[in-house]
Unconditional design. Sequence first.
Length: 90
Amino acid sequence: VLLALKGRLQRKRKAFQFFLCHHKEGAGNFARLLKMSLMENGGPRCNVFLDSDNLSDLAVLYNIVRSDVEQLVVLCSSKIFSRSWCVGEI
């Protein structure tokens, strides 16, 4: 049990604590406000992925979601499933 606990404590932190999955037209402004709030209240080590700020290469988007994110936050607007990128992130 102690070895398992030690392993969890020593695990490398992921690059982003939150990934905001959203449809720009339906929730773009809310995503921006949520990112600002999470970063303000999450402490200095809180990093939030918002595509308009953090995405520089579309080819690595799904790898970021899969490997570098602790919590996926899906902003469920009415059009979230109309974009293939949003569906892929989920």
